[in-house]
Design a protein around this ligand. Sequence first.
Ligand SMILES: *Cc1c(COP(=O)(O)O)cnc(C)c1O
Length: 224
Amino acid sequence: MMQAALIQQNIAIIHTQIQSAATRDQSCPVTLIAVSKKQPVAAVEAAYLAGQRDFGENYVQEGVEKIAALSKPDVVWHFIGHLQSNKSQAVAAYFSWVHSVDRIKIANTLDAARADTGLPPLQVCVQVNIDDGQHKAGVQADEVAALCQHITQLPHLKLRGLMAIPEPGNADALVAMQQLFLRLQPRFGLDVLSMGMSGDFEQAIACGATHVRVGTAVFGARQG
Ligand SMILES: *Cc1c(COP(=O)(O)O)cnc(C)c1O
């Protein structure tokens, strides 16, 4: 099968899996973010033609080049990688979402950078280090509320929720994220729980994920 047809078929299968994983009391549909890091523009185009609109990128330079090359105004770009302050300008200018806010300093630099763009507020999630996994990124669970509180005071950031990258198959971590989310949701008006990747997105949805970030199950193996 041609790669474009394969991507189209993968997306259809994932939608079916998302639907059956969603519990009856989940009122909002789950958003599929197609993680296109290390995938060529042609692959993103194929997904776009299959109706996919939310895409995730991890690396600023690669993401910015792809966003410029694709140039589709109705695509929503999510930055999901580790963020350095010196890349804040580019992220604030090209992306609509940042899922990986993990410290006050980066929240402040993103806020200032977004102000310069004149765009509406950047949609952000606080990344939680829920299981001390290999990624090690994110704030500890007991520091999440303080970072959320800080972000609510920044006019050019809109706090939407929490994000985590637990080790695949770590069910305890998914449940812990669900509990943390439910605890902070009323206080901060959160509506996004971003967790679940190719290996565990159905499990994550069963634990209340509203946004799943799926790469290889959409596009196949990454290049390079
Ligand atoms: C790469 C990546 C994904 C997608 O991973 P797959 O296993 O390919 O689905 C999701 N989230 C983050 C933060 C990533 O870095």
